[in-house]
Design a protein around this ligand. Structure first.
Ligand SMILES: Cc1cc2nc3c(=O)[nH]c(=O)nc-3n(C[C@H](O)[C@H](O)[C@H](O)COP(=O)(O)OP(=O)(O)OC[C@H]3O[C@@H](n4cnc5c(N)ncnc54)[C@H](O)[C@@H]3O)c2cc1C
Length: 437
């Protein structure tokens, strides 16, 4: 290298590359326990819930587990650390044949909700970001097209989305409207031959590279919410990555700017005519999201189960200490309860008996229990409990955004609270009183 190139270069990148030695590979630095790149065997099905599944559902579960452990586990820590999406694994995820979930026809797998749910838990067990990538694409965007799209739209978009040849995102929330999403302010104005969209969306998963963007906007004539299919590259559309996330770092969440984006009439979703129409999608999607914390907790339990037997302190494996056993058993008990609630939710849905309150209780309560479970796991691994290499720290962080999206724990509690009391308490009573004065 020419001396002039080396002198005076004090940029952060240059300092970083010249100070200290590269980190040792974790398996050399810490030979006593196996990192999560070699994924631990599944050990959490203590009550044999596999028996609740049909043979097809069991086979799907096994296939997803195998692909995730073999293909994703070895690379996930590096991508999580870089906060980059591993595009080369999309064909592997496509081979799982879970995109499109319960949708029948149009190249979609037509799975039972139970089969879909257990499959997504297996994905989340190894990597929560991959499960979010699939759910945004499948349970939000594809399901909206399937439930609210025209026959032509379903034929046009669903087959390639099911094969993951194209990727979708789903844009509802905005910088000013998160929990209060029904107040969204992005506008849709009717013009000759179509619509003009103007506004902003925030947090939209997959949006930085999605081919198909399902976007909700307020019709300036009716003041109701409508849905639109926006295509990548549409003039006036911009999506930028949200940086510095502490969880689901592999997922590319974006800020979307829509500046006079023209949408042809054929790309308006005819089945979205009010905010109520998004709720049928969200009900199914919330069940699926409830299975992410279940899967995350399973992975954390499996990791702790192996780690405690491998790692020794005071001359004995960590698994030999009573305090550690109690924590491990509490985690296991939580998982059994979470699976039962999640499974019952699927069955209520499949028999047509599930209400929005059921789905919200499931998502909220399961994510609460998962927080306790994952936090116990973090403790059990000691210092390695803060290293992504041993899964638990990564899972601990990944659970946080899941606790807050698809309705925060609070909002889901209020949905169920409204259903069981008949009283909506989303708006503060004081505000309600003031508005009456
Ligand atoms: C990683 C990630 C991915 C996401 N992906 C998508 C996506 O793909 N598409 C999409 O449309 N959106 C997405 N979201 C947005 C997500 O749905 C919102 O973040 C969520 O609804 C919460 O909104 P908020 O962040 O604005 O929080 P806020 O609404 O500002 O809430 C802040 C706090 O106030 C509480 N709160 C709010 N209102 C009430 C009330 N009435 N009563 C009691 N407590 C209340 C909340 O529970 C929370 O604790 C994503 C978010 C994250 C973090």
């Amino acid at each position: 290298m020419a001396p002039s190139q080396n002198q005076g270069d004090l940029s952060a990148g240059s300092i970083k590359s010249h100070v200290g030695m590269p980190a040792l590979d974790v398996s050399l630095a810490f030979p006593q326990a196996t990192p999560a790149s070699i994924f631990p065997p599944s050990a959490s099905d203590y009550y044999q819930f596999d028996d609740l599944l049909s043979s097809e559902e069991q086979a799907l579960r096994r296939k997803v587990r195998e692909v995730m452990e073999k293909e994703i586990a070895p690379i996930m820590t590096a991508y999580w650390e870089k906060a980059e999406f591993p595009f080369h694994v999309i064909p592997k995820l496509a081979s799982l044949k879970v995109a499109g979930g319960t949708i029948k026809g149009y190249g979609c797998p037509g799975l039972s909700l139970t089969g879909s749910a257990f499959a997504i838990a297996e994905v989340a067990r190894v990597d929560a970001s991959c499960s979010t990538f699939i759910l945004v694409h499948s349970s939000l965007a594809m399901l909206t097209i399937s439930l609210c799209g025209s026959e032509e739209q379903k034929q046009k978009y669903l087959p390639s989305l099911a094969e993951l040849q194209t990727v979708a995102c789903w844009g509802l929330t905005e910088p000013d409207y998160g929990s209060d999403a029904s107040s969204l302010s992005t506008t849709a104005t009717k013009v000759s031959g179509g619509w003009i969209l103007d506004g902003q969306k925030r947090w939209i998963g997959n949006s930085t590279f999605a081919d198909v963007l399902v976007i909700f906007a307020r019709n300036t004539e009716t003041n109701q919410i409508n849905g639109f299919i926006v295509k990548k590259g549409a003039p006036g559309l911009r999506a930028t990555k949200i940086e510095n996330k502490i969880g689901l770092r592999i997922v590319q969440n974006g800020d979307i700017l829509l500046k006079k984006v023209f949408i042809p009439e054929e790309d308006r979703l005819p089945g979205v005519n009010s905010f109520q129409d998004t709720k049928k999608v969200l009900a199914v999607s919330r069940v699926m999201v409830a299975w992410q914390p279940i899967g995350i907790s399973m992975g954390v339990f499996d990791m702790c189960h192996r780690y405690l037997k491998e790692r020794k302190q005071f001359g004995a494996p960590l698994a030999a200490f009573q305090l550690n056993q109690e924590k491990l058993v509490r985690m296991l008990g939580n998982i059994q309860a979470m699976v039962l609630v999640g499974w019952r939710l699927c069955k209520l849905y499949e028999s047509g008996k599930m209400t929005p309150g059921h789905a919200s209780l499931g998502k909220g309560w399961i994510s609460l229990k998962a927080r306790e479970t994952v936090s116990l796991g973090r403790e059990l691994l000691g210092g390695n409990g803060i290293l992504a290499d041993f899964l638990v720290a990564k899972a601990f962080c990944d659970l946080e955004p899941i606790f807050s999206y698809e309705g925060t724990y609070d909002i889901n509690s209020l949905v169920t609270g409204r259903e069981i009391t008949g009283i909506a308490s989303f708006k503060p009573a004081a505000l309600g009183r003031r508005s009456r004065l």
